[in-house]
Design a protein around this ligand. Structure first.
Ligand code: AMP
Ligand code: ZN
Ligand code: FE
Ligand code: FE
Length: 285
């Protein structure tokens, strides 16, 4: 059976492999297709896709947006986006600008707390175009010896409501879905079981997102049980949504989680891509 992984991060966001090495790694692991879904950036797509062509690996251009939902955050994946789209570029520019300002504020807060790091420390050895997230802040604190683990950094300093936490400027689910559609892509709710919602509230969220044009749901995911997959697949059937799947591979930043197989049991069939093509060929565009 041909297998795929539609949720993969490179070192252009908070993964550790370069976009090129990701393609090589996915191929070596026997996958037929991957989607590169870096946080708030598309700058790794070109290199990943080129390598994919060379080694006969399908590379789906993707992205992962974070959107505000109630008091928390949801993630929305975009697939088959035109990474040359001006509208997408504009949106990303403003999101990235906000992140840069926010990172400066977080560094400042950490410094006043006696944790001396600089913005350059956040980049570390990553490529200059890397989108720097709190994951990079955690790594910098870890490397400087201020925390013993990255999660300690979140628990003590940069987690939600902790002393050095600065919120990002609000991006709504509507904006994310609209941007993805205007860039010609499909919008998919990422890891629906990571938001701490009851089944009732999860369905409510889906219904809200469907009114905004949601195309699919990430039914197959590293931490999903068989029952989770069944529940989410049933919701997809009920609401005519595409089931999709990905591991959320981050290289060494998520130890024990491998591309394609997640924590060992993940299997994402290639058919999913065919269904996505069909939907792109019809519907909303
Ligand atoms: P940001 O988008 O800058 O708010 O950062 C979000 C990133 O931080 C996510 O992609 C996660 O990789 C990471 N993250 C968030 N919360 C935690 C946590 N409690 N422990 C470890 N990593 C986290
Ligand atoms: Zn991530
Ligand atoms: Fe996510
Ligand atoms: Fe992700």
């Amino acid at each position: 059976m041909k297998l795929i992984d539609l949720h993969v991060h490179s070192n252009i966001s908070d993964g550790t492999l370069s976009p090129t090495d990701l393609a090589i790694y996915a191929k070596a692991k026997g996958l037929s297709a991957i989607a590169l879904t870096d946080h708030d950036t598309i700058s790794g797509i070109e290199a990943c896709a080129l390598k994919g062509l060379e080694i006969d690996l399908t590379v789906v251009p993707g992205i992962e947006f974070s959107a505000e939902y109630k008091s928390g955050e949801i993630h929305i994946l975009g697939y088959y986006i035109d990474h040359h789209s001006d509208i997408l570029e504009e949106k990303l520019k403003s999101i990235i600008q906000n992140r840069v300002q926010r990172n400066a504020k977080m560094v400042e807060k950490l410094n006043t707390l006696g944790l001396i790091i600089t913005e350059a420390d956040l980049l570390g050895d990553n490529p200059p175009e890397t989108i720097l997230t709190r994951a990079h802040v955690a790594t910098a604190l870890y490397k400087k010896g201020y925390v013993k683990t990255r999660s300690e950094a979140f628990d003590k300093y940069i987690g939600h409501d902790k002393p050095a936490y600065i919120p990002r400027v609000r991006v709504t689910p509507e904006e994310c879905i609209k941007t993805i559609h205007l860039a010609g892509g499909l919008a998919v709710l990422a890891h629906p079981n990571l938001y701490g919602l009851t089944s009732f509230d999860k369905e409510l969220l889906l219904k809200e997102l469907i009114t905004l044009g949601l195309d699919g749901v990430e039914t197959h995911y590293s931490t999903h049980t068989k029952e989770d997959v069944q529940e989410l697949s049933a919701l997809c059937l009920k609401y005519k949504l595409l089931p999709t799947g990905g591991s959320d591979f981050h290289g060494e930043n998520k130890p024990g989680l491998d591309i394609g197989i997640g924590y060992g049991d993940l299997k994402i069939p290639y058919d999913i891509l065919d269904a996505m093509h069909n939907r792109l060929g019809s519907a909303h565009k």
